[in-house]
Design a protein around this ligand. Sequence first.
Ligand code: HEM
Length: 213
Amino acid sequence: MNLPSRQKLLLHPVAKPVVFLLCLLPFAWLLYAAIANELGANPAEALIRATGDWTLRFICIVLAVTPLRVITSTPALARFRRMLGLFAYFYVLIHLLSYSWFDMGFDVADIIKDIIKRPFILVGFSAFLLLTPLAATSFNAAIKAMRARRWQLLHKLVYPIAALGLLHFFWMRAGKNNFAEVFVYAAIIAALLGWRLQQFLKKKKPNPSMYAG
Ligand code: HEM
């Protein structure tokens, strides 16, 4: 597909509602599976794990928007980033809610004790805390009030969030000695952050023509 038709497709008025519905599909499937009793032998565990997976996937998708936009020269991709970021928050909220409800019976004192006691939960919770100001400032009024530069700086928090999410996943799987999927996510996140580092270094490199003459 050439650039004008790609741009046209992404700028079409139905493009955003379509992406929105696509992002809701995992939730719809989980809801259906929970109601139809199709979450397997341990539904609570299946729900916590699936929502954790989707949080990490949405973080990866958000991180992929800028490289894809630049590499394919498709500026219209940027209009989906905010929605994708809010979906990462949506899935982490369900993840936290499922854990608080099914694992901890909504006992706040127990939840706090567990977060402090189990390092992998503490790391996940830290990622959640860092994600909260990003979700809270995803609206035009907030961007305007904060000014673009400060807003952009705050939204760089997505890098430590990705690293903490990955560490949380690694730590959880370390107990089971099962790292295959963790390595796949690690490779994706390393590639996406590596691309940014490369762009940053390219920008910093002095242009030799500047010193000519
Ligand atoms: C950005 C934040 C977070 C991300 C990216 C994330 C991601 C994940 C992932 C990928 C898994 C493993 C799923 C699997 O095995 O397929 C997981 C499991 C889990 N997470 Fe999170 N998580 C986050 C925040 C949290 C928070 C805030 C809590 C609770 C306070 C939490 C509690 C758990 C628990 C209890 C499990 C399941 C452990 C088990 O089944 O043994 N996570 N998470």
